[in-house]
Design a protein around this ligand. Structure first.
Ligand code: NAP
Length: 246
């Protein structure tokens, strides 16, 4: 029988690569996202339209999936980036980042736990960031939200270890996705900088002299979800080309 994975934000970037890799590895995948993937035939996930800030809807959709399936894996991946220091972060900005990046994860984890507890098995992956370990400039709300996800991974790991439910945070460095391109576009628009020059600078900042690819993060997530990682829980798994080692 196929294992079942629920993912949020699986229509683009890192999430889409995870969906594709899990399907290739014989998972049935349910993707909760704002809009469906445009990846077409490549992406045979079961799409559920969902804004993860609507905690009631997240809970209803996942409960509905759990009526017919045991949920083996949750990948809480949906997230947004927001560039600003604390003075330039309004309360509304902070709420927006927190509602998507943190409350969305809270809602999804709460919703999968009954199925995982009943099965005495489960793997929960939270898409955090290298910014859960280090701060980056002009990233007040994002830094805070990703640190919160690291804390959620540790707390969930401890509270549900007795049910053989593992929880880990994945901490990617700079990965070339639509979110990355949007962040660079926004920066270039504000500063007048040249995008290709900024992109080159970004690559040079990485010890491996290149950005990460979403497929590389997906491989780590697949491993952490599998029984090969059955002694790994409560951890922050860095995949950043050496950035945080500096
Ligand atoms: P992405 O390409 O923008 O993909 C994010 C996906 O989440 C999109 O499909 C997006 O939908 C969806 N989403 C956004 N808000 C949502 C909401 N309220 N409810 C449901 N779905 C929502 O971004 P990515 O780069 O793959 O990032 C995925 C995760 O990795 C994020 O949590 C991000 O913080 C984290 N991360 C990324 C990097 C990086 O360098 N790219 C590094 C570290 C961590 P729309 O496209 O319709 O908005």
């Amino acid at each position: 029988m196929k294992k079942v994975c629920v993912i949020t934000g699986g229509s683009s970037g890192i999430g889409l690569s995870i969906v594709k890799l899990f399907i290739e590895n014989n998972y049935q995948v349910f993707n909760l996202d704002l809009s469906p993937s445009t990846a077409g035939a490549d992406c045979k996930s079961e799409y559920r339209q969902c804004d993860v800030t609507n905690t009631q809807l997240v809970s209803e959709i996942i409960a509905d999936i759990a009526k017919q399936h045991t949920i083996d894996v949750l990948v809480s991946n949906a997230g947004i980036h927001f560039s600003a220091n604390i003075e330039n972060t309004s309360e509304a900005d902070l709420d927006k980042v927190f509602n998507i990046n943190v409350k969305g994860a809270y809602a999804a984890i709460k919703a999968v736990l009954p199925s995982m507890k009943a099965n005495k098995n489960g793997a929960i992956l939270l898409m955090a960031s290298d910014q859960a370990l280090i701060a980056k400039q002009n990233s007040f709300a994002y830094n805070l939200s990703k640190s919160a996800l690291a804390s959620i991974a540790k707390t969930t790991a401890l509270d549900y270890a007795s049910y053989n439910i593992r929880a880990n945070a994945v901490c990617p460095g700079t990965i070339e996705t639509p979110l990355y391109h949007q962040a660079i576009d926004n920066y270039c628009q504000k500063s007048g900088a040249d995008k290709s020059a900024i992109h080159l600078e970004e690559e040079k900042l990485q010890p491996l002299q290149r950005l990460g690819q979403p497929e590389e993060v997906a491989e780590l997530v697949l491993f952490l979800a599998s029984d090969k990682a059955k002694f790994i829980t409560g951890s922050l798994q860095v995949i950043d080309g050496g950035y945080t080692a500096q």
